[in-house]
Design a protein around this ligand. Sequence first.
Ligand SMILES: NC(=O)C1=CN([C@@H]2O[C@H](COP(=O)(O)OP(=O)(O)OC[C@H]3O[C@@H](n4cnc5c(N)ncnc54)[C@H](OP(=O)(O)O)[C@@H]3O)[C@@H](O)[C@H]2O)C=CC1
Ligand SMILES: CCCCCCCCCCCCCCCC(=O)[C@@H](N)CO
Length: 687
Amino acid sequence: MSWFRPKSYSGKKVLITGGSTGIGFALAKELVLRGAQVTLVARTKTRIDSAVAELKSIAAKDNLGTSHIKGFAADVCDASQIVDALKYAGAVDVLICSAGAACPGYFLEQNMDEFESTMNLNYFGTLKVIRAALPDMVERRQGEIVLVSSAAAVVGVAGYSSYAPTKAAVRSLADTLRNELLPSGVRVMVAYPPDTDTPGYAKENLSKPAVCHEISRAAGDVLYTPEQVAQSMLRGMERGAYHLPSPDFGQNLMIAASAGLSPHMFPAVLECLLAPVVVVALWVFGHKVDGSLRRLACPMVSKRGLCRHNTKRAQALDRSLIASAATASKEVTNGIPRLVEAGSEIDANGVQRLPLRREGWNFWDFEGNKVHYIQAGTSGSPVVFLHGFGASAYHWRYNIPVLAEKHRVFAMDLLGMGWSDKPTGEDIYQVWPRQIAAFIKEVVGGEPVVLVGNSLGGYNCLNASVTTPDLVRGVALLNSAGRFEEVKAEVEAQVEAALPDDEASQDLKQTLRQTAGLEPEERKTSNGRASISQVSTEEQPTLIARMTEALKSMAVRGSIYASFFLAKQPKRIRQVLEQVYISQQNVDEDLVNSVLWPSEHPNAAESFYQIISGKGTPVNVLLSKLDKPVLLLWGADDPWIGPGSAARIERLYPRAQKVLLNGVGHCPQDDAPERVNTELMRWLETV
Ligand SMILES: NC(=O)C1=CN([C@@H]2O[C@H](COP(=O)(O)OP(=O)(O)OC[C@H]3O[C@@H](n4cnc5c(N)ncnc54)[C@H](OP(=O)(O)O)[C@@H]3O)[C@@H](O)[C@H]2O)C=CC1
Ligand SMILES: CCCCCCCCCCCCCCCC(=O)[C@@H](N)CO
């Protein structure tokens, strides 16, 4: 071991998989500062490009060369893409395998798919890259390989059953490779990061079951920065360590204590001295974790008379454990991929409804984004529920169990809201119709559905029915939102009504439309938000005008962000809900939490901004293209989108059936669920 002469990475060619974000990117920054020639590999080109640009600016600031900093888009699960990446990078001196992910959940609640894909990415994605890069290293009798395992490999954190074993496999691979390559001159290292504040960590938090949080809490709830983790790792790499240290001293001791025959992290003398302390500390910590797990599972234990505590959280956990165990056993017997079917509970008034689950129900991948949905019912025609602004699939808590008796029922979280991902690239109003169509095809199975939407969800139902009419049988709109260009549309209707629908009248209609300023009707925008700037590009704006525009949009974004941070307080959420609900008792803690929890996502503010500032095709334009049975199920006492809006839709789409619900507010499905269920079921029979 060269304790006194740290290894230098200056001029070394380093390839980092998963180098575009998180720990991989932090390592890249450290290595660039040490003069290394870094190539990043990840799947998403745009993120690679911005990472490379940032690395170059870091290097430039230190007067280091930037021409050897580059990136290549490749999937580590695909052997041929790996070969291409290695060809692009050239002979690699240091290979760091950081691409990986975790998708926590209860063992019985996860799909087989999640176990397989996580093993595929974390273990085989590491193994395949090493296999491709190694022959050249062996031939040159030099090279370094860093595998990224996790502290979870050693602790078996509850809730990580699809993840921890993949990291244990990575560790074991490192051990065997280290031994096998000992005579070859190729050096192997392995790292065990603690919980680290990365995009990957934010994502896994969305599906983390209560137990995981419980263990983090027992471990002191420390979240390290990727920079801290990368600096520790590099210190270990520089001094020639095999087990690379993490910034968490306790976890390092634990890794050291479980290191078997491999060279330990601490000098043997130090370990001998610390051993008694470590043994006791591990024992204490183990008991602490077991204790919190037992407390969580308490209501189950209580049935056998062992319980002392009975917290609300424990009850919620218990419900979902029991429900999932029941469905899991059903699914395992018929051998089909498992789905978490929504089970129901009974509310204070004796009405059936879904329990709220911190970790959500099912997740499905749409264009690389995680989409959350709830599913119930095994037969009957499919119905898809779409929630409104700030809400989630949970907003259909009273409707799903009832409709599931006669239908296959689905409720999905629109991207940007609920438990679904919050992407920040493309205009969200363009993404939603694609998301809905893909959901119907991939999750529902392609059979056309009836869409039921509330508020912004209603708008999305309309939009999807027009963009992919083949996938939709009918639309129920509950106090649906969306802007109108009504004046124009009404003139248009008058033009249509005034003249007969024959060849001869067409030219005259055209002229009338032009005089009324109706032609061209739609501005072609590739992205709804572009419409303002697009107009100004046509007019060749002055520099001042452009700057004012930029400042204005910054100010708007700033104030919307600020209002988001104010709005996401539980008290505020409750206030707003109480404003728009008539049945105040339905504004309960679960409902508030279902709005609050998703707002804790790091991208939530940006999503909020994009949804508020985005536009999308006006409702009247959508209605003019619509050809489906429509039910307008309208809370008549909605202070936001009152019965006037239903009347407008009726005027533009006379085929619509309208049912006004007196004494009902903006969210009829949750405000007066029984009436909504009855009306919906009745209408569904006729569609
Ligand atoms: N953060 C944490 O708390 C901990 C993380 N770890 C481990 O550290 C490593 C890095 O984690 P973290 O920084 O949080 O991860 P991030 O999710 O922040 O970054 C993951 C990186 O891997 C890339 N990646 C993901 N899938 C693939 C793929 N199939 N092919 C190529 N690249 C891929 C991502 O880019 P793209 O999506 O564009 O492909 C991104 O660059 C992982 O192995 C993780 O398991 C270990 C312990 C704790
Ligand atoms: C001397 C005794 C002290 C013992 C301390 C033990 C603490 C154990 C805590 C385990 C935490 C596991 C984090 C894994 C993070 C991870 O891999 C995911 N975040 C993946 O992204």
